[in-house]
Design a binder for this molecule. Sequence first.
Ligand SMILES: [Zn+2]
Length: 435
Amino acid sequence: MTDTAIAPKKEPRLPPIQVARGAGTGASVPIESCQACGESRLETVLSLGYMPPVNQMVHVGTVPRQQPWFPTTLLFCPACELVQLGLAVDPVIIFPPDYPYTSGTTRMLRDNFADLCAESAALLQLKPTDLVVDIGSNDGTLLSNFQKAGFRVLGIEPTDVGKIAASRGIPTVQRYFSADVARAVQTEHGAARVVTAANCFAHIEDVHAIIDGIAAMLAPDGVFISESHYLIGLLDRLQYDTIYHEHLRYYSLRSLRKLLAMHDLDVFFARPIPSHGGSIRVYAGRRGTRPLRPEVEAMIAAEPHGDGMRQRLAAFRDAVMLSKLRLYALLHDLKEQGARICAISAPSRASTLVNYVGLDEAIIDYVCEIEGSLKIGRYLPGTMIPVVNERRLYDEQPDCAVIFSWHIADELAPKLRANGYRGKLVTPLPVPRFL
Ligand SMILES: [Zn+2]
């Protein structure tokens, strides 16, 4: 496969002069130069105001105490076109050890991980002795696919959710990923044929150290596969609710390719996937080791860039503001009629939505999660809206239910009806509407 390799022009390596790092501060640090290229003239795209960390969910019944709120601003780098958050919050605050998120709970994510395993095993012609390392391995859902397919696996996960993976027989290193961890893994387990980072590659600060660590773990023919929320999908479907402090970077394929190229990694295949309302799966190998597939140039050619991207971002800002006012108007009309309103599911994105729009427990009585969710019995961040077992929805039949995980409304709405909910269903984005 290597003889037809077409390597893109080598990008100059521009290490940031000053990398904003929240880690160890116990608080946060403003991002004053681009996380990817070091450019200092960053342009403000949008501000959502101040937000609480999305995964700090206080137990119901706890006496309210002070909680941190952080400015939530989106910036655009005119040099490398990376869209990024304006603040790096200490990971200890964003990913507390009791982080209540497990990736195995959504069918779409489980299906996606099965697909990632099957696709990469075929595309890369993986052999049973090959090692697959997953960074941010969560509850081991992705690696369990590779393990079942017969490959050696290793997860790296900083939170206690890693213990769930370990109890399922997925070897898991419970640490924040770093160059040290990469070296230790390489020494103990050998080089990785595949390193995956699904929905965490946009999360970890000091992205250059992370990519260096990944490159250090990779075998010469190794491949790094990342799945990240896709900027273009975010803009097209007005998913401002996916903007929160865990997500430091919002990649277009153009900006991600530039970033990886700074580490001599070439993107050779990429495609859109449905996860989290629109993501990209991107394959990168060492420079010149693999033929470049046509999908890459096609995707990049379809992305807005330069002034086109600036205009797209300005239109996004206006649309976000209007959607807030529209949702408020819709809920206002329901409340004037005396309606009882609840909400369906409490993903991280619900925190941005309720706090940006200004919803509280007087408007939304409660949020329903399915049996077994670790979020039941806690409040939505920044509010006193309790998360309850979804049985309450069927028992109480509130007049209206707002689907906070609106990006999977097609999957959820038929289930809610089949289980007997008779009230109105509302999706809040991209345009608030009754289903
Ligand atoms: Zn930049």
